[in-house]
Write a protein that binds this ligand. Sequence first.
Ligand code: HEC
Ligand code: HEC
Length: 145
Amino acid sequence: MKTIPPLLVALAFAAALPVVSAAQEVAPLRGEVGIDELNEAPPIVRLRSGRAFPRAYRQQPPLIPHRIAGYQIDLRVNKCLSCHDWPNNVEEGAPKISETHYVDRNGRPLDRVARTRWFCTQCHVPQTNAPSLVKNAFKNAKDLR
Ligand code: HEC
Ligand code: HEC
């Protein structure tokens, strides 16, 4: 194996130095608490459920207005389908999964949810009343018109 010249090693360390000092200035979300200490437990938050949430912009994946704790989604099982896939949705009174979810990556229509849409919670998420962790200036698309 070829050995790395010492000068190159020194240069690599010098290049890494500014990155290290920048990282130290970041305020951690868990507060200024040592790694080996326990931080204060975060406040208990309530899930916001009930009626469908308004969408913030046209293409937004709708937010989930109900609990999903314990709903399994893995390689074979997808609990969401038991209510949202046709024809189950009729019996459950749940909104039917969008037709866009039954098209594969080549635009071919399918009779089953496309694999590209299998992991629902990649795009659809429930909401809680937790305060934002970081400040942001997000505005709904309709308020920007
Ligand atoms: C036990 C049945 C049931 C299961 C299981 C279920 N849902 Fe639902 N879901 C509903 C019902 C009923 C509604 C309609 C709520 C309302 O608008 O009043 C709904 C609403 C939604 C909506 C809102 C749609 C819109 O247009 O606003 C999304 C998104 C959603 N569910 C996603 C999911 C995902 C993702 C899962 C799996 C993690 C899941 N649901 C599992 C019954 C279910
Ligand atoms: C890659 C992102 C993505 C994934 C993964 C995904 N969705 Fe969606 N979903 C969307 C978007 C974006 C919309 C709104 C636009 C549309 O209809 O395509 C939507 C719409 C919906 C709607 C509303 C349909 C309507 O007509 O109001 C339901 C219900 C839904 N999805 C359920 C699911 C379920 C259940 C899964 C998992 C099997 C899932 N989605 C996976 C992005 C996604």
